[in-house]
Write a protein that binds this ligand. Structure first.
Ligand SMILES: Cc1cc2nc3c(=O)[nH]c(=O)nc-3n(C[C@H](O)[C@H](O)[C@H](O)COP(=O)(O)O)c2cc1C
Length: 355
């Protein structure tokens, strides 16, 4: 081992994970679509908002807890649905879920999970969401919705930005092949998929009717993921979604979009308070979380950092990633004079003039 595992921030975690993971796996996780402009922009855009410190507001007792769709979380950071946690650690999703439960937050389990939905549910006493796509096969969707409900999942996250496969050049150069998750039927209707058509089993022909159908078929709250415009937020509300995740899939599907933090205000305005608006993309610092909350997000998600935590130290690594974010959120809240999540309002941030 060429570097001691004492990361003090999420960038250190990534650097150590990069040394430990096979190059093709690191590239798959870290990379994005074409020029990775959106990957970079998701990060850099947080710099375009500055914090407004406030003093003498009694910040002796900080409370980072909030609720997301009625579930209490002990910090406003959830774990985004990401396929194949075992690519970073043999314990995979089991380790991530135990870490999420230990830290009092929610794990959204990917359609491409490398652990069965049911086995995962038994691994800890926490909160799980199931992520799926508008699949071609409604029978399989119904079966997954039933499995989620019976296993005690709290919500269903429908990823809407993956109807067409992206161009990820790192993966092409590495000749990277990934296998599908273990929850798909072994020899069911999902295989074989038409060559060169939609990725991930998401139906390229899907429309808003399909989201309405998922809502009607699910006996759980529905979270629409992958929304980047006010127009689509309104359509999510019309389709009956209970929450929206403002997301560009971490810049992994369509390149050249704005950063998620840049479109958050548009999404919040379009939601008109009818739905909870969540956000992911580029969250690496506690200050990023506070800025997102100030701009109207109910809570945020981390994607790639969960893999860096797993690669460094499995369950303990993910716990450390979440605790680092917690410590940084605490510092930011205290110094902005905001002792509770509810007290984080739009006056915490100001658009920073370009230097
Ligand atoms: C390796 C990897 C796998 C992912 N798999 C999925 C997935 O199966 N379903 C999904 O909705 N999003 C998936 N995502 C996207 C994440 O849910 C999330 O939108 C994104 O990672 C957030 O950006 P961040 O990585 O900068 O935090 C994946 C992301 C990564 C990095």
């Amino acid at each position: 081992m060429s570097r001691s595992p004492s990361p003090i921030n999420l960038f250190d975690f990534e650097a150590i994970a990069k040394e430990r993971l096979p190059k093709a796996e690191y590239d798959y996780i870290a990379g994005g679509a074409t020029d990775e402009i959106s990957v970079e922009r998701n990060r850099r855009a947080y710099e375009s908002w500055a914090l407004r410190p406030r003093v003498l507001r009694d910040v002796s007792a900080l409370d980072l807890s909030t609720t997301v769709l009625g579930t209490r979380v002990s910090l406003p950071v959830l774990i985004a649905p990401c396929g194949g946690h075992k690519r970073a650690h043999p314990d995979g999703e089991l380790a991530t879920y135990r870490a999420a439960a230990a830290c009092g937050t929610i794990l959204a389990v990917s359609a491409n999970s490398t652990t069965s939905f049911e086995e995962l549910a038994k691994a800890a006493r926490g909160h799980l969401w199931l992520q799926l796509y508008p699949f071609r096969e409604r029978e399989m969707t119904k079966e997954w919705l039933t499995r989620a409900k019976e296993a005690g999942y709290d919500a269903v996250c429908v990823t809407l930005d993956s109807q067409w496969p992206p161009k990820r050049e790192r993966n092409i150069r590495n000749n990277y092949r990934r296998s599908r998750g273990v929850n798909y039927p072994k020899d069911g209707a999902q295989t074989p998929r038409p060559a060169g058509r939609a990725g991930e089993g998401s139906d390229p022909a899907a429309t808003w009717k399909d989201l309405e159908w998922i809502k009607s078929a699910a006996d759980l709250p529905i979270v629409a993921k992958g929304i980047m415009t006010g127009e689509d937020v309104e359509l999510c509300a019309d389709a009956g979604a209970d929450a929206v995740i403002v997301s560009n899939h971490g810049g992994r599907h369509l390149d050249n979009t704005l950063a998620t933090i840049e479109v958050l205000s548009e999404a919040v305005a379009a939601g008109k308070g009818k739905m909870e608006i969540l956000l992911d993309g580029g969250i690496r610092r506690g200050a990023d979380v506070v800025k997102a909350l100030a701009l109207g997000a109910r809570a945020v998600f981390i994607g790639r950092p969960l893999f860096w935590g797993l690669a460094v130290d499995g369950e303990q690594g993910v716990i450390r990633v979440l605790n680092i974010l917690r410590e940084e959120i605490e510092i930011t809240m205290a110094k902005c004079g905001r002792p509770t999540v509810a007290s984080i309002d739009s006056t915490v941030v100001v658009k920073a003039p370009r230097l």
